[in-house]
Write a protein that binds this ligand. Structure first.
Ligand code: COA
Length: 260
């Protein structure tokens, strides 16, 4: 893991990943993409970690998206490689077997907003600015923005935001459903940790299966979605955790889940 560009902290089942290039507003260069990819792949099989929080170093930015200084130096084929890498990375975050919370602590433009979109939940600082600004650079969102933004906020609003490249503040992000909630900058991480801690109280296999059913079920018709939900439910039935929850209820105590 490259601790120059990505900081990691693990505590009580929660991993906090901090994009650490504050001098360029945590913009993504190849090095940061590779470091994040390596860490996400590692976390997938780390059963001690139940929830991941992603945020940006410094007080100004979550991420200003693609590193435009690096971009200037890339050939056309290298730009293709970059887009392929960032799109697959964000998809692997969306498909991770545990919840990911974006702690949007400031500027989140282009790929910054796309990273937040690939996370399951977005908690946004009141001083944050979000936006898919790519068309202003004569390109389009290439890390999922044209697909995930309309799925979250609706086709019309997504088209408005992508065609104009307009930046929006936290209030508007909340109003259109881009942000789950907003909070003061100094409360942001505490708020995310609190939500993560609450998720940690739930059954890990149940949370994983719920994420799976929502993600895949939403991409199909209702009846296929219900079949996906049904199969996901079946996975929880033979688990020790399910029996533990019933025993804890009977004994009027908190359950202790093992993810088994
Ligand atoms: N890539 C590389 N460097 C970036 C960057 C990016 N996406 N965004 C910001 N930076 C760098 C700036 O070049 C500057 O470095 P410098 O001092 O060496 O010139 C530093 O970060 C601070 O940015 P600056 O522009 O001085 O701060 P600001 O508060 O005035 O504006 C932004 C911040 C993010 C609004 C502005 O930099 C911006 O519009 N960046 C581009 C964002 C974007 O369009 N992203 C989508 C890419 S597809």
């Amino acid at each position: 893991m490259n601790d120059q560009v990505l900081l990691t902290e693990e505590q009580e089942g929660i991993s906090i990943l901090t994009l650490n290039r504050p001098e360029v507003m945590n913009a993504f260069n190849f090095e940061l993409l590779r470091a994040l990819k390596e860490e996400i792949n590692r976390l997938r099989f780390n059963t001690d970690i139940r929830v991941i929080i992603i945020t940006g170093a410094g007080e100004k930015a979550f991420s200003a998206g693609a590193d435009l200084k690096e971009r200037r130096t890339l050939s056309d084929i290298q730009v293709k490689e970059y887009i392929y890498t960032i799109r697959n990375l964000f998809t692997s975050i969306e498909q991770l077997n545990k919840p990911v919370i974006a702690a949007v602590n400031g500027i989140a433009l282009g790929g910054g907003t796309e990273l937040a979109l690939a996370c399951d939940i977005r908690i946004v600082s009141t001083d944050a600015t979000m936006g898919q600004t790519e068309t202003r650079l004569a390109i389009i969102p290439g890390a999922g923005g044209t697909q995930r933004l309309p799925r979250l906020v609706g086709k019309g609003k997504a088209k408005e935001l992508i065609f104009t490249g307009r930046r929006i503040g936290a209030e508007e992000a909340l109003n259109i459903g881009l942000a789950n909630k907003i909070c003061e900058p100094d409360q942001l991480l505490a708020e995310c940790r609190q939500m993560a801690a609450m998720i940690c109280e739930a059954g890990p296999i149940a949370v994983e299966q719920a994420k799976y059913a929502i993600n895949y079920g939403l991409e199909t018709d209702l009846h296929t979605g219900l079949a996906i939900e049904s199969n996901a439910y079946w996975v929880t039935i033979p688990t020790e955790d399910r029996l533990e929850a019933l025993a804890a209820f009977r004994e009027k105590r908190k359950p202790v889940f093992k993810g088994k």
